[in-house]
Design a protein around this ligand. Sequence first.
Ligand SMILES: C[S@@+](CC[C@H](N)C(=O)[O-])C[C@H]1O[C@@H](n2cnc3c(N)ncnc32)[C@H](O)[C@@H]1O
Length: 221
Amino acid sequence: MKIFKENLTSKILQKNSSKLINKLKIKSNILEIGCGDGNITNFIIKKRKKNHNFFLSDVSEVAVKKAKKKISYKKCQFKIGKWLDPWEQNKFDVIISDVSSINDFIAKESEWYNGVECNSGIDGLKNIEKILASIKKNLKKNGLFILPVISLSNEKKMIRLLDNKFKKISFSEKIYWPIPSFFKNKLAKYKNLKKKSKINFEEKFGIYLAYTYSANCFGLK
Ligand SMILES: C[S@@+](CC[C@H](N)C(=O)[O-])C[C@H]1O[C@@H](n2cnc3c(N)ncnc32)[C@H](O)[C@@H]1O
């Protein structure tokens, strides 16, 4: 199994999560699921204003090993497992999910998921739905849930799912990025997926653009 390489979505989550975490008034328990090589939590740790406790997990054993190596901060726990499954006993103030959340066909064709598990279904939301179904067990009532919204998934459905679960949601700025050239090989298929609202993208001067932003969800309903 290969390890996901830090990309624009990782960077959006690093910056946005760090900003929100640095506003926390008390020392907190912060979980990242789908941590990959741990770059997001490592960034948060480096910029932290308080000595929070950090928890990281991923379905990939090699990724968790790499994250353990990368992060030297002592108040960290690492586990291997799917979704929130490894953390049955714990309650968190903040949960960051970077578990795969784009359309499976696109993931398979792309270079990003070469050897990395996606398994997010046709709308990219299979994992998120699973996580939201059990989040009450792990997130404190007034906790914060942070996740990326990537247009290569069903964005409208995602927002609806989050609205059903959380009292207040804020969004970071939408960042557009060019989809690499693999996209043009199966364009007809992707246009059809867009028609069915399973994914979204735009075309400008022959360049295909997707976008990403962070959803910050405050307080469980
Ligand atoms: C988009 S990558 C993000 C990795 C890392 N956060 C980064 O920015 O580089 C998604 C990660 O989710 C993991 N993953 C996929 N399915 C998962 C699941 N069901 N439970 C937990 N992690 C999963 C993958 O192994 C991968 O490391």
